[in-house]
Design a protein around this ligand. Structure first.
Ligand code: FES
Length: 108
């Protein structure tokens, strides 16, 4: 499989996650305050909660349900109750297109 268009970069508001589904895989795309674009699995590993409904702070995305914060860089939870990481996807930018292959995880 190859990278496919997930959204346009210009529609990503800073610190406002966007949920997309690629081949049935839910992904939260975030433009952080450093203007970096990240893509992580959009399901908290503590419960069936969409992380894209959470809060961005720096390079983290916080689950609104119980407050676990996940690194947008590594996918690792930084505090309990979640203790398992979420997947992190490779993001490619082509013009205004954000491209992601939902089968390719970033090496962290
Ligand atoms: S469901 Fe996300 S921290 Fe509990």
């Amino acid at each position: 499989m190859s990278a496919q268009r997930a959204c346009s970069a210009s529609e990503l508001e800073m610190d406002t996650p966007l949920r997309v589904e690629l081949d049935g895989v839910a992904i939260a795309i975030v433009r952080d305050s450093n203007d970096e674009i990240h893509a992580i699995g959009d399901r908290c590993t503590h419960g069936d909660i969409s992380l894209s409904e959470g809060f961005v702070e720096g390079e983290t995305l916080e689950c609104w349900a119980h407050g676990s914060r996940f690194s947008l860089i590594t996918g690792q939870p930084l505090n309990l109750p979640a203790y398992e990481p979420v997947p992190v996807y490779v993001v490619q930018i082509d013009g205004d297109d954000v491209l992601i292959d939902p089968t390719v995880l970033k090496e962290v």
